[in-house]
Structures are given as structure tokens and as C-alpha cells.
Design a protein around this ligand. Structure first.
Ligand code: F6R
Length: 255
């Protein structure tokens, strides 16, 4: 990949909201991000104008923390000199690959070939259709431990593209509460991202649809599955995947 990224040293944190923030969540499976006292903060915001992300970056800079922005422009691109500029004019969630690749390249450049080799549109459509059948008219809940970020991406894609409820839950925490709720769980479609034995235990307890994940290649593949699934569900519900009303309204009201 010809993309030039700054090299990072020390303790790294990553921040962002929604379709941008999930980049940080997914990468956590492969890199131990810090939540406090970082030397470097990666601030991901497609628009560069999301106030939560801009404020966090400003606060970090005022504390002398190095900030690397991954953005298509906006206020964030003017805050720091270390900016990785991505292509403009998309919905943030559709820009996941453009936001994700530079972050992986900064933190785990060795994994870039796996990200690329996980791309398989035809197979992703098949898996998305199997999932759609499994979900039926129920509410999907995605569970994961190491791959919780991928579970969150599925949830977000369904919420935003299909305008449909979806949730995610963290293993092993759910094994101590939520698994009991499946006694009356007829309306829920549980899906587990199985990357370890404990994930498999959860999947069996709640009779879930299993998506196996063994590394970055599978993560890359499942990100595509999430996209196709949400778009197929949008079609089924008669929704326009690209149209948003409440998120922009929320941003306007929060200003
Ligand atoms: C919209 C979307 C949202 C945004 C979020 C933050 O497509 O995915 O979840 O990502 O509102 O905005 P940005 O990404 O511009 O910081």
C-alpha cells in the first residue's frame, strides 16, 4: 500500500464516534490501545467536525499529547499538523476501509496483507443472506470478546443503513446475566463472533448463529458481511441505506 503514515512510538490511544470510532474498536483486537495517559492520540473523524472527537483532540493537545488525525477535513484537520487525509464526499460509515487501513498501517503494518486478502464480495453476500434468514423478523444481538469491535460494527451498520434495532454485548460479561434472558428470547436473534473457547460457550448457551473469527483476514471479511447484511435488510424494510435523519438532527441540536 502506497499510503504514507507517521510512525508512532509510546502508548497509543484512539478516539472517535460512530462509524469513525468503530475503527478504534476493531483495531483493539490486534493492538493494546490505552484508555488513559497516552503519548499519542489517534483521532478518527470522517467529517472532522464531530464535536466529541474534536474536543477530545483539543484536550489532548492542551496536555502536550501528540495528536494524529485521520479525517477527510473539517476542524480536526486544522488542529494538528499530523493529518492523514482520506477521500471526501462519502458517508462516514462507507469510508471504513479508508479510515481503517491507515490506522492498521500505523499500529500493525504487518497485518495489511491480511486486511486485503479478506476481501471476498461474493462469499460475503452469501453469508449476509444466511444471516438475514436467521434473523427473520427478530432483533439481532451481536456478541464478542476479542472481536467486540466487529460486533459493534454489525450493530451500527444495521442501525444506520436499515434503520432497524440491533445491539451488541460483551463476552464474558453476558455469561453472568444476559444468557438467562433467552428463556424469553423469542424476539431476539443472537449471533456470536467466536474467536475463543469462551465465545463458543456463550454461543451454545444461547443457541446462536456462529461467525468464526481467527484473525484480521476474517475481521476484514466480516466487515463486508455487515455492510451487505445491513443493505439487504434495508431493502427488505423499504429503507434507503444512504439516508439519515436522526443522526444529523442530533448533531445539529448538540451544536
Ligand atoms: C454516518 C455514520 C456516523 C458517524 C458519526 C461520527 O455515516 O457512520 O456514525 O460516523 O456520527 O461522525 P464522523 O465519522 O464524521 O466523526
Amino acid at each position: 500500500m502506497g499510503l504514507t503514515v507517521p510512525s508512532l512510538a509510546g502508548k497509543v490511544s484512539c478516539t472517535g464516534m460512530g462509524g469513525s470510532g468503530v475503527v478504534c474498536e476493531v483495531v483493539k483486537a490486534f493492538y493494546p490501545l490505552r484508555t488513559d495517559d497516552p503519548d499519542v492520540l489517534i483521532a478518527v473523524s470522517y467529517s472532522g467536525n464531530t464535536w466529541e472527537t474534536v474536543e477530545r483532540a483539543k484536550q489532548a493537545m492542551s496536555q502536550g499529547i501528540r495528536v494524529v488525525a485521520v479525517t477527510s477535513g473539517g476542524e480536526l484537520s486544522k488542529l494538528t499538523r499530523e493529518v492523514i487525509l482520506v477521500k471526501q464526499g462519502n458517508q462516514p460509515r462507507y469510508s471504513f476501509p479508508y479510515l481503517f487501513l491507515p490506522v492498521v498501517k500505523m499500529l500493525r503494518p504487518d497485518l495489511i496483507p491480511e486486511v486485503v486478502s479478506g476481501v471476498d464480495n461474493a462469499r460475503a453476500v452469501e453469508v449476509a443472506k444466511e444471516l438475514l434468514d436467521f434473523i427473520g423478523g427478530r432483533i439481532p444481538v451481536f456478541y464478542g470478546s476479542k472481536y467486540l469491535g466487529v460486533a459493534k460494527r454489525f450493530k451500527q451498520e444495521i442501525n444506520e443503513n436499515a434503520k432497524y434495532p440491533a445491539f451488541f454485548g460483551e463476552i464474558p460479561e453476558v455469561n453472568h446475566n444476559e444468557v438467562e434472558s433467552y428463556t424469553h428470547g423469542e424476539g431476539i436473534a443472537p449471533i456470536v463472533l467466536v474467536g475463543s473457547e469462551i465465545d463458543q460457550v456463550t454461543a451454545e448457551l444461547i443457541n446462536a448463529f456462529v461467525l468464526k473469527v481467527t484473525g484480521m483476514r476474517d475481521v476484514s471479511f466480516l466487515i463486508q458481511v455487515a455492510g451487505f447484511l445491513s443493505v439487504e435488510l434495508a431493502k427488505k424494510l423499504g429503507e434507503d441505506p444512504s439516508k439519515l435523519t436522526k443522526i444529523p438532527e442530533g448533531k445539529r441540536l448538540a451544536q
